[in-house]
Design a binder for this molecule. Structure first.
Ligand code: VG1
Ligand code: CO
Length: 555
């Protein structure tokens, strides 16, 4: 087997977004397209591809199999020493992060478009993670992008397809390939973070019932290993737990719109606790009967209970963090407990440096992403087990405590940050960028401060810019924000994970410490703010849309 150099020409638009490169399968399956991008990744590995060890796996979506065979040929052609691949090419995003760290690999290649639908007419994605297990920082993704613009050739070793279905070691020319169990290492690791026996006892000694929905994504086998095998719950505690290449034709995004069958089951069957995760297993949604845990509240509540309820944090909390659009609920927990708290741009890659520097333990994003420094990705099942730990601890203090009780108890201590996000998906790109330009000129103008949008007086506004406190790198244009005198806030930004057209995200937040409002529907209190945001943005004029496709808030 010898190295063959293949001539190619660059493709436009291979720029990694918030979390890797995401495009339609039809785009990835063009001749040379996937190979060009993977070669660009291998060329951008800071310590070089030669002699490296890479973890490879993904959510098993359509096109994963041919992509992995390409990666094997390219890895061999670039002198990679070893690939660690999940059986059948399947590994959740958190599991890849864990394996990179556990086996001290050079990095990892993740094959997923996360919460985007899969199948021949839908999305595929490729992302590179570093030796700390976290998504590549912008310095590396920029290098990848530069290389895709000038690429003229890639190097492969030709050979027969590698059978990924059998666990064990095999080789492809000089390249060693280890096919590993998808769930074992990850679930064993979670068992060191949480007290599985305590959770199990709680679930068996109360009438607290659980339903986990994998939305046909990668967490199916992980969910079964946890809920059925480890916690001894019945089959009926899990649903949609057989991964499928097109997620059963659904949208593997755990929110109230796309996880509706879980919401209906929890309400209709009187289930105490419902949870779902996304296609690649890094997101989570937590609900209770009659209760929706807003992700911005979720991370604040986990941070508040962590030392008491989760053994991993017994020794203390190093610091907290959230992405900029995420509500300030976690800031309040940090303030009360004297923890450092960071505000970073959207995307998990910005948390890694803080964790590596020992300044961050728990962090989250409003987009159903929650996690800690146990790995360097957000972790859906970690969040679910964290919540079960909280429920066990809360019930030990007072039997019969519900998810809704935990929420209200938190609001009584800290007040409530009402939060909602409106998504306008696949709008016309030109209209979206014109709208952003229109908003930028207002939000970045010095005259804007002090003006009034209805009842709201602008206190501060701008385009969010972040300077990493560890390495000093600067990320600009991360979202247009306006904060008002009463503490409320609106934010507009364009999504960096879509694959067609543009997606506009509008985030709104308002704080209240009036207990009579704590039980209210988020939409009602936020309405005046949303109306003003829509008015100043001229969203309807620019995009023709008068309704969002997804709303994140209470049912
Ligand atoms: C979205 C979310 C962001 C998240 C990213 C990746 O990005 O807003 O918070 O980190 O998806 O999530 P954007 O640019 O579309 O707003 V997923 O589960 O890849 O992995
Ligand atoms: Co995801």
């Amino acid at each position: 087997m010898s190295v063959v150099t293949v001539q190619t020409t660059p493709f436009e638009g291979q720029k990694p977004g918030t979390s890797g490169l995401r495009k339609r399968v039809k785009v990835f399956s063009q001749q040379h397209y996937t190979e060009n991008f993977v070669q660009a990744i291998l060329s951008a590995i800071p310590t070089g591809a030669q002699g490296s060890t890479l973890v490879v796996g993904g959510d098993g979506r359509y096109f994963s199999k041919p992509a992995i065979q390409s990666i094997i040929r390219l890895a061999a052609g670039n002198g990679v020493a070893k690939l660690i691949i999940g059986q059948d090419g399947i590994l959740s995003t958190p599991a890849v992060s864990h394996l990179i760290r556990k086996y001290k690999a050079t990095g990892g290649i993740l094959l997923t478009a996360s919460h985007n639908p899969g199948g021949p007419d839908n999305d595929f994605g490729i992302k590179y993670n570093m030796e700390n297990g976290g998504p590549a920082p912008e310095s590396v993704t920029d290098r990848i992008f530069e290389s895709t613009k000038t690429i003229r050739e890639y190097r492969i070793v030709e050979g027969p397809e590698v059978d990924l279905s059998k666990i064990g070691s095999t080789s492809f020319g000089q390249l060693q390939i280890d096919i590993v169990d998808q769930v074992k290492d990850y679930v064993a690791y979670l068992a060191t973070i949480f007290d599985f026996d305590l959770i199990k006892n709680f679930l068996h000694s109360s009438d607290f019932s659980v339903r986990f929905d994998a939305l046909h994504g990668v967490t199916g086998p992980y969910g079964r290993a946890l809920f059925v095998d480890a916690f001894g719950l019945p089959e009926s505690s899990i649903q949609n737990c057989v991964p499928s290449e097109d997620f059963g034709g659904g949208h593997p995004d755990p929110n109230l719109t796309y996880a509706k069958s879980l919401v209906d089951a929890v309400e209709g069957e009187n289930i105490s606790f419902g949870a779902a995760s996304d296609g690649d297993g890094d997101r989570n949604m937590i609900i209770g009967k009659g209760a929706f845990v807003n992700p911005s509240d979720s991370v604040a509540i986990i941070a508040d209970w962590a030392q008491k309820a989760i053994p991993y944090f017994k020794g203390g909390i190093k610091g907290l963090a959230r992405s900029m659009p995420t509500s300030g609920a976690i800031d309040r927990v940090a303030k009360k407990n004297g923890y450092e708290c960071f505000e970073v741009p959207t995307g998990w890659k910005f948390f890694g440096n803080l964790m590596d520097a020992g300044r961050l333990s728990i962090c989250g994003e409003e987009s159903f992403g929650t996690g800690s420094d146990h790995i360097r990705e957000k972790d859906g099942l970690w969040a679910v087990v964290a919540w079960l730990s909280i429920m066990a601890a809360a019930n030990a203090e007072k039997a019969g405590t519900t998810v809704q009780d935990v929420l209200l108890q938190h609001y009584r201590t800290y007040g409530r940050n009402f939060f909602s996000r409106y998504d306008y998906e696949e709008v016309d790109s030109q209209g979206a960028s014109d709208m952003v330009a229109h908003l930028r000129s207002q939000f970045t103008s010095a005259d804007f401060v002090g003006t009034k949008l209805g009842q709201f007086e602008v206190a501060e506004s701008g385009d969010f810019s972040y300077t990493d406190p560890i390495d000093g790198s600067v990320s600009k244009n991360q979202g247009l924000y306006a904060t008002f005198k009463d503490g409320s806030r609106i934010i507009f930004r364009l999504s960096g994970t879509g694959s067609a057209g543009a997606t506009i995200r509008l985030y709104v937040e308002k704080y209240s410490n009036d207990p009579s409002e704590f039980g209210a529907d988020a939409q009602v209190g936020l309405k005046p703010l949303i109306d003003e945001a829509l008015k100043i943005s001229k969203l309807k004029e620019f995009t023709g849309r008068d309704k969002p496709t997804v709303i994140t808030s209470k049912v």
